[in-house]
Ligand binder design. Structure first.
Ligand code: SF4
Length: 227
């Protein structure tokens, strides 16, 4: 499920249609009950594949009441929930999810606050606070790190990310998401300026170097979800 709205404005966003709630040609308003009816239609597939619901966006936590309400219903119906989040949410909204989510897919972009502000538009204070909370409570969490040449993918930023994750007690896995250009067409169709137009994806070597640096911290490192 893709929930609309996002408090960030990452220059590399692959889902620009999910950021602005006002772009109604890319979504529709739906009640929790209607959504649960849709989810129940997929129940046979979920049961067969031991799957569940993944909530993504945009940023699902930008609609906290809706999110918590539908996650409660999923939990009561025994449906596995994964929450894909950028982690930028006030403590009370984030903490309301802690007993409802089975797996967090948690984005980390920059540990340096100035860089975080420059490329996403917001401070990383809440992102770090909420990540530490997940670790403290030992919630199942996969860190996701976008590898973008010369932006997030610098050796210094990768080391900062490695330093941070290795300082945690329970979270030890990071998934590298190599930047790709498939969203370029969306930016054009929607008439939104693409500030990363023409930026190349990382080479295999770039990704291998990021993997080696993070592996050096004793972390399990995946690339696009695979070992
Ligand atoms: S947090 Fe995700 S959805 Fe939001 S702007 Fe960044 S990449 Fe796009």
């Amino acid at each position: 499920m893709f929930l609309k709205g996002c408090p960030l404005g990452c220059l590399w966003c692959h889902n620009p249609e999910g950021i602005a709630p006002g772009l109604d040609e890319f979504g529709r308003i739906i009640s929790v009950q209607e959504l649960m009816t849709e989810i129940e239609k997929d129940r046979p597939f979920m049961d067969e594949s031991a799957g569940g619901v993944t909530l993504s966006g945009g940023e699902p936590l930008s609609q906290p009441e809706f999110l918590v309400s539908m996650m409660r219903q999923c939990r009561d119906s025994g449906i596995h929930i994964s929450l894909d989040t950028c982690g930028h949410a006030p403590a009370d909204a984030f903490d309301a999810t802690l007993d409802l989510v089975d797996l967090y897919l948690y984005d980390l972009k920059f540990m340096d606050d100035e860089l975080h502000r420059r490329y996403t538009g917001v401070s990383n204070g809440l992102v770090i606070r909420n990540c530490k909370k997940l670790d403290e409570l030992d919630r199942k969490t996969l860190i996701r790190f976008p590898v973008i040449p010369e932006i997030t993918g610098t050796a210094e930023n990768i080391r900062d990310i490695g330093d941070f994750i290795s300082s945690l007690n329970n979270i030890k896995t990071v998934d590298l998401l190599p930047f790709h250009r498939t969203a370029e067409g969306k930016y054009e169709r929607m008439g939104i300026e693409n500030q990363l137009k023409g930026v190349d994806p990382p080479s295999e070597d770039d990704v291998a170097i990021a993997k080696r640096i993070l592996g050096g911290y004793g972390l399990e490192v995946l690339v696009g979800g695979s070992a």
